[in-house]
Design a binder for this molecule. Sequence first.
Ligand code: SF4
Length: 335
Amino acid sequence: MPATHPRELGLVADCASCFGLCCVALPFSASADFAADKDAGQPCRNLREDFGCSIHAQLRERGFPGCTVYDCFGAGQQVSQVTFGGTSWRAAPDTARQMYAVFPVMRQLHELLWYLAEALTLEPARAVHAELRQALAETERLTRESADVLERLDVAAHRGVVNALLLRTSELVRGRGGKDRRGADLVGARLAGADLRSANLRGAYLIGADLRGADLRGADLIGADLRGADLSGADLTGGFFLTQAQLNAAKGDAATRLPTALTHPTHWATTRYKRAANGPSRGAGSGSERKAPSRRGSSSGEGAVSGQGTGSGRGDGSARGDGSGRGSGRRRRRR
Ligand code: SF4
């Protein structure tokens, strides 16, 4: 298995090949992320007949920012074109229930593929590369199963196996010395300028955290909930298990340094980072970790592999396995 970043393996949404599954199968609740309630299995009012989004160009302005930060990791087109052979739920309504049931399962499998593929690019984890390759092959095999098999699949059990492997990967990559903030409640925390090099931020709640100028090099960010976190001027080079959807849900600027495979979201300011009046270089993790107002609507909770959230309040349960209508972020649909 070549060490190829998951983006090059096609683990990204191809909305043109999908039957709008994330806009139908998943529920969401009226909130800062969505302008309306929607039940699972109910097509979004903005979904067009051709499965495009009628407000694609104005999602944020129209109150659907949650839709801009979701990523199915390519599960949508896999379910649409492979599992169901290119026949949509509109053309064959009798398949709709099962298609909606299979989509969240497939998304979890694709998310696992993403992390496994990325883990294989991490040279310090070479001691577990053979096991990673085995897990990746098994996960790929599962994605090709029939709808009946996928619907019954104990995906939580499979996630558990993969998760253990990813934890070992993380330890090998981070080495010793980084702060362990796994699952920490850092909502709204003042971490400007903090030294978080090689930190374990797995599943950490960083919603609205001030991470301006923070040093996050080599940090494990799997499932860290970065919604509204300010990454302006932060250095995330060498950070791993970070997805584009997590970044899309955060704030940042042109001075934010990213892992090579990720890009600056278009909505980030183009102005460069400026030191705040009180100084975001206050320091190294001291970071008066202000108690969070609320996690409500968070996609956090270290379930499964990522533990969480990239999020936006979409209820696919996905890698957090809570199925609670919380998020995973939502990639902007085409058109
Ligand atoms: S992208 Fe969002 S607003 Fe557009 S159709 Fe899908 S769920 Fe609805």
